[in-house]
Write a protein that binds this ligand. Sequence first.
Ligand code: SAH
Length: 249
Amino acid sequence: MPIRIVLVEPQHPGNIGAVARAMKNMGLVDLHLVKPLAFPHSEAIARASGADDVLESAKVHESFAQAIADCGLIVGTSARQRHLPWELVEPRECSAQIVQASRTETAAIVFGAERTGLTNAELERCNLLMTIPTAPDYSSLNLAMAVQVVTYEIWLASRPGVPPPPERDVPLAPAEDVARFYVHFEQVLKEIDFKDRTGGGQLMARVRRLFNRAQLDQNEVNILRGVLTAVQARRRPAGPKQEVKEQDS
Ligand code: SAH
């Protein structure tokens, strides 16, 4: 399975081209773009300098959820800590895990827009949050340079002779199934009148962080969905089954 590079709302076509080049140098070809400002574009082709095939096969999506729907391991990248603190991992620490995940599922590494980076909602969809260590007072790299550093570490970790981490018995659940689980979970919380005591309405953000950190596999999502359905059946033994709506943002 491929290792996918996802660029969320890239502003500069030149950066998209430079990302394609950085990827191809490191043996990666699966580029996905979420609402690029200008693509295709001559500037992108110029900066790709020979990696046009990566640009040509790039897939464009209308939403972030769509770009990662079929992916298992999802790694967000950020130069800084966000409002809900996460453990930050460095590229060297997690590259072997990304390479290993890509043996059984598509692994995605997600990069934010040049000016704003990834939103909290996008980061909440990720299993890991990766940061490239830098000088503390100037931590934000150019988008394509960040992709270069991360893909370089992945290349090093995927070379023959590097011992792989232990294999997972069941692949991670695709992001779209995990998103449906969160919708279901939230619905059950409402049905049982569970009160959000986190202050600031962060209950679901914290729940997502917990389960994303656990990296749910397909069996685990099925078990948890089964538990939720059993809770619902207990509460409304005679009532009609409620539809669980899919969330797409
Ligand atoms: N001003 C934005 C930075 C955006 S840079 C902010 O403060 O968040 C564009 C993208 O490059 C980021 O979203 C991230 O994906 C990547 N990037 C830049 N510097 C990085 C770093 N030190 N570690 C990890 N990713 C980085």
